[in-house]
Design a protein around this ligand. Structure first.
Ligand code: ADP
Length: 587
């Protein structure tokens, strides 16, 4: 595996080979059938030229029209048999390809979902998207066309060469000798192609990444007048992509013409040598004719092989990028994690830095008591959001530990994690699918009744009942539209279903309009009851109502206590409270 800082890894040659063997093994019967059918089809295909050679010899020996007719008829039958065999070989081959592609896709999705959010953030979603779309498509094309065609071509070529050897070993030897220029051209090409196509793939990802991030941050770009810079960055990326493509194009323009010319060499060689041998009476004219016809026949499978090998190279690079995800760090160690002993959350000696930038958390210690409401306050940029991400297991701390019941939170598998801690932010997602699908994500085993109870808890049962189809109504594009508060209700219903003992709220309702916020807060209140709540408090009344308040400043917890204690202590919190309270009464 290789990976530049922050980028998702790319699988090495050995890993790609292992992955290929694994995919073939997974469907080895179909693969065996493809090989067998192709071999049979190739054998049937050999009959034609050999029979033509026979006809030549028979005619020279003075045979009549009937013999020729009989042989011609056999040629026809063989061609038909070959057609049928080749057709079923293709059919089985394509089915094999489609099944294997499905497997690659499923693996990719599983692996992408197992990636820690922090790794995706670091690598950029553009790279992951490019791998999941362009690269998987390229691998698909290989499995669908390239693989089967390559197999067919290889089997045919081997059989044709074998047939020339069988006709006359000397002619066979000359044919193989005539093929050596192709071998050198191929080596030259393959030496350069992998790196060329890997560079092209990574340049494509760069372009996707820049376009995606510019589009996502369009407002920021406008606000800070960064257009020029973004345009320059895009230009550079496009320029790199153009250079990478021109390079691979150059490789192809050298390789293919060289190969085209090389096809004729074995045919010419065999005719020349065969002519001499025939003149000396060493081989029959029929054998020379058959050998020349065979070598002419070789053009097509060789063409297939070489074209496909070049596609195999570029899709091999794609496959290396798709398989690379296997080497990315997983959020959950293989084999799962031990079960937390209790519901206590401990933060000890935690330091954390983002990939870009300095230390954001610089030694945080905190014990959250089960059932308490803890408000996290502090100036913007103090590290509250970062701490809440660590508490929710989105990422692991650089040093120190964030544990629940003695087990690191970031190492819990998703099924276990969502029973412990759930992070609720302003981002609510309605997934493409039915209302039921949207809820079952949180608890795949939930019964119909549990779903309705969860919906009722957040006040969403009424509108869901009114949807055509109820729980089976389709949401998202093409289905029922949902507004912001409905999306949030669904998200909260998922929290109810997941039933975690601890909730972390980050600006959960801060940006909603007042009416929606009231709705949401009511729904939220239902979800919060009976759970430990850690709230990043942007409005200090949240802090006032909390059991304890933790004040963060510059990556450290500077104060911790009840609202009253902290106001009495007259520290940073008291100052914040006075400012805020003053403002609050003034408005
Ligand atoms: P708060 O929630 O208290 O406003 P944050 O945890 O969001 O603070 O941010 C703390 C610091 O970390 C800030 O200086 C911010 O610029 C930085 N930061 C936040 N997210 C990232 C990120 N994804 N990459 C780099 N720096 C980040």
């Amino acid at each position: 595996m290789t990976s530049a800082a922050g980028q998702l890894p790319v699988a090495g040659r050995a890993e790609v080979r292992r992955a290929t063997v694994r995919l073939v093994r997974a469907d080895r019967r179909a693969f065996g059938a493809v090989l067998l059918l192709n071999a049979l089809a190739a054998t049937a295909g050999l009959a034609g030229p050999w029979l033509v050679g026979r006809i030549v010899d028979e005619v020279r020996a003075g045979a009549g029209v009937r013999t020729v007719d009989r042989l011609a008829f056999v040629i026809l039958v063989c061609a038909l048999v070959q057609l049928l065999l080749a057709r079923s070989a293709r059919y089985v081959g394509y089915r094999f390809g489609e099944r294997t592609l499905a497997r690659v896709r499923e693996e990719f999705v599983d692996r992408a979902l197992a990636l820690p959010a922090s790794v995706v953030e670091r690598a950029g979603t553009g790279d992951l998207t490019a791998r999941g779309t362009a690269d998987v498509t390229a691998v698909g094309a290989t499995l669908r066309d390239v693989g089967p065609e390559l197999l067919i071509g290889s089997v045919q070529a081997l059989f044709v060469l074998g047939a020339v050897f069988a006709l006359d070993p000397l002619l066979g030897a000359f044919a193989v000798l005539g093929l050596t220029p192709i071998w050198f051209a191929l080596r030259w090409y393959l030496r350069r192609a992998r790196d060329g196509y890997l560079a092209e793939g990574s340049a494509t990802s760069q372009v996707a990444e820049i376009v995606a991030s510019t589009a996502a941050g369009a407002r920021t770009v406008e606000a800070f007048r960064l257009q020029e810079r973004r345009i320059t960055a895009s230009r550079h990326a496009l320029d790199a992509l153009r250079r990478a493509r021109l390079h691979t194009l150059f490789l192809r323009t050298v390789f293919f013409p060289a190969v085209e010319v090389s096809y004729m060499i074995p045919v010419a060689g065999v005719l020349l040598v065969g002519g001499v041998l025939h003149a000396q009476g060493a081989v029959g004219l029929g054998a020379v004719v058959s050998a020349a016809l065979y070598l002419r026949q070789l053009t097509e499978p060789l063409d297939q092989i070489l074209t496909r090998i070049e596609q195999l190279q570029s899709s091999g690079a794609s496959f290396a990028r798709v398989e690379g995800l296997a080497g990315a760090p997983r959020s959950v160690p293989a084999g799962g994690s031990p079960a937390p002993a209790d519901d206590r959350i401990d933060v000890s000696g935690v330091r954390y830095a983002y990939e870009r930038g300095g230390e954001v958390l610089r030694g945080v210690d905190l014990t959250v008591r089960p059932g308490e409401r803890l408000a996290l306050v502090g100036p913007s940029g103090a590290g509250k959001t970062t701490l809440s991400r660590l508490l929710a297991g989105v990422d692991a701390p650089g040093t120190g530990a964030v544990t629940v019941g003695g087990v690191p939170i970031a190492g819990l598998e998703p099924e276990r994690l969502r029973r412990q801690v759930v992070l609720v932010t302003q981002e609510h997602h309605v997934f493409l699918g039915t209302v039921r699908d949207n809820l079952l994500i949180a608890e795949p085993g939930a019964t119909q009744e549990e779903l309705w109870t969860a919906l009722a808890a957040v006040g969403a049962d009424t509108w869901v009942r009114e949807l055509p189809g109820g729980l089976d109504a389709r949401l998202g594009p093409g289905g029922q539209p949902t507004d912001g508060s409905q999306a949030q209700q669904l998200a909260l219903a998922r929290v109810v279903l997941a039933d975690p003992h601890t909730l972390i709220l980050d600006e959960a309702t801060a940006l909603l309009d007042p009416a929606t916020a009231r709705h949401a807060e009511r729904a939220l209140a239902a979800v919060l009851s009976g759970r430990t709540v850690i709230a990043v408090a942007h409005r200090l009344h949240t802090a006032h109502d909390a059991d304890r308040v933790a004040v963060m400043e510059d990556g450290r917890l500077t104060e911790l206590g009840t609202h009253d204690e902290l106001v009495r202590a007259d520290g940073a919190y008291a100052a914040l409270w006075r400012t805020w309270h003053g403002d609050d009464t003034a408005t």
